[in-house]
Structures are given as C-alpha cells and as structure tokens.
Design a protein around this ligand. Structure first.
Ligand code: URA
Length: 234
C-alpha cells in the first residue's frame, strides 16, 4: 500500500526545490515554478518519493469571537486564522457558536462532512462548560433520559458529568457533557431546559478525535495520518 503524505503538496514540493533535493521523474528540479502532473509524475525529495493527496484535513482550535463560516461581513471567520497553502479548498465541518471555543475540523470532502454530521450516525461530541447555577444529580438523570428543548422529540440520552459545584448565593458549576446530536445551540438549550445557563463552552472531542491541547487557541494544524483514519471511521 502506498503511504500518503497529505501535507506534502505539490506546492510544498515546488518550494522545497528552491533549496534542492527535489526530483521529478528522476530529474532534479531547478525552477520552483516547475509544473507537475500529480497523477503521472514521480516526485521525490532527497530520494524519498512524495505522494500527493487530494484530501486536506485540518484541526482548528476555534477561539470565541470567530464565526464558523468561510466569510462574514462583520466578524472574523475561521479563514482569518488558517494558514495553509490549500485553505481555499476547506470548509468547517459543522458549526460552533460565535462564543464557543474548541475543536473544529476543516476539510475539503463534502461527503465525509455530511457523514460526520448526519443525525443517523450519532457521532459523539464532548464539551466542557461553565454554568451559572447549580447542576445537580437530577440534571444528570434528566440528561440521560432526554430533555425537552422545544423540538418534536426529547434530546437523545446524553452523559453529563459534574466536575465541580461552587455553592453559595450565586452558584456556579463546571461540567463535561457528551451528546450524540448537533441541534442548533443544543448544549445551551439543554441547560436552559433544566433552569441554568451556559456561560462558557468548549468542544473537546468529536468521534474518537480529541482537541490537541498543545494547539493554542486560534491555531490550526494538518491532521496526522492516524487522525485522518479516525475521522473517516467516525
Ligand atoms: N451547543 C451549543 O449550544 N453551542 C455550540 O457551539 C455547540 C453546541
């Protein structure tokens, strides 16, 4: 099986040729603007063959104040943060609210995006949140059974974990929640349904892929080969 190097694009091979070591069909490339046919030409860097992958997948640590869209007239969008030679090809998989932080994927494969977001596939998404109000064991039970957020049906069973409760006159709670749906403002509406308010929300994981915590807020990086495979499986 051929190994793929998704981040090693044609452009990258072209730019490396400035410093030498790139060959096309065995011949050294001397001009960075040399055109190649990725289907036919054999490109190598210092003797190692490079494989062009048409798939682009990025992990992005979305900051608050960034719209999950590719363009917007008023707000910064995810595109303002992405620095990748093929950024024009990618789009966000699903949405996070303007004030939500955390894991967002950007890919260039519409079918894969559709599969990841399809309600039929129930891809689990885990969030961490700060809540104004006291989250109780009864809420844990209610989320397990499904709550009424004003849709035709109750929400699907969701796993709520209470991490910390600061009791007092104005109690606050810290929680972790895993849901298998992606309705509009779903997490915020679920907490509203039990009488408390989300004041901070961050997505930690989607399917089996976790946010790389070494990725600073606002940064992105190419998905590794292993992550790509997990993404396709989820
Ligand atoms: N649920 C919400 O309420 N907001 C998000 O951004 C994601 C899930």
């Amino acid at each position: 099986m051929q190994r793929k190097y998704p981040q090693r694009s044609k452009k990258m091979a072209e730019s490396r040729s400035k410093t030498g070591g790139v060959t096309v069909n065995g011949a050294p490339v001397l001009k960075p603007e040399t055109k190649i046919d990725p289907e036919k030409d054999v490109v190598a860097l210092q003797g190692k063959q490079l494989f062009y992958s048409s798939f682009v997948g990025l992990m992005f640590h979305k900051p608050a104040g960034c719209v999950t869209a590719t363009q917007d007239r008023c707000q910064k969008t995810v595109m303002d943060y992405i620095d990748h030679p093929r950024k024009k090809d990618v789009f966000p998989v699903g949405r996070l609210d303007l004030d939500t932080e955390g894991l967002l994927f950007l890919i260039n494969d519409g079918d894969l995006s559709h599969r990841m977001l399809s309600p039929r596939h129930h891809v689990p998404k885990t969030y961490e949140a700060q809540i104004a109000g006291e989250v109780t064991k009864e809420d844990v039970q209610a989320f397990e059974e499904g709550v009424d957020i004003g849709e035709k049906k109750k929400t699907l069973p969701a796993q709520l974990e209470i991490l910390e409760v600061n009791a007092g006159e104005t109690p606050t709670s810290q929680i972790r929640l895993t849901i298998c749906e992606g309705k509009f403002h779903q997490v915020k509406r679920m907490f509203e349904a039990v009488g408390v308010t989300v004041v901070y929300l961050k997505r930690l994981s989607m399917g089996s892929l976790k946010l790389d915590e070494t990725l600073a807020t606002g940064d992105s990086r190419a998905l590794t080969q292993e992550e790509l495979e997990c993404l396709k499986e989820s």
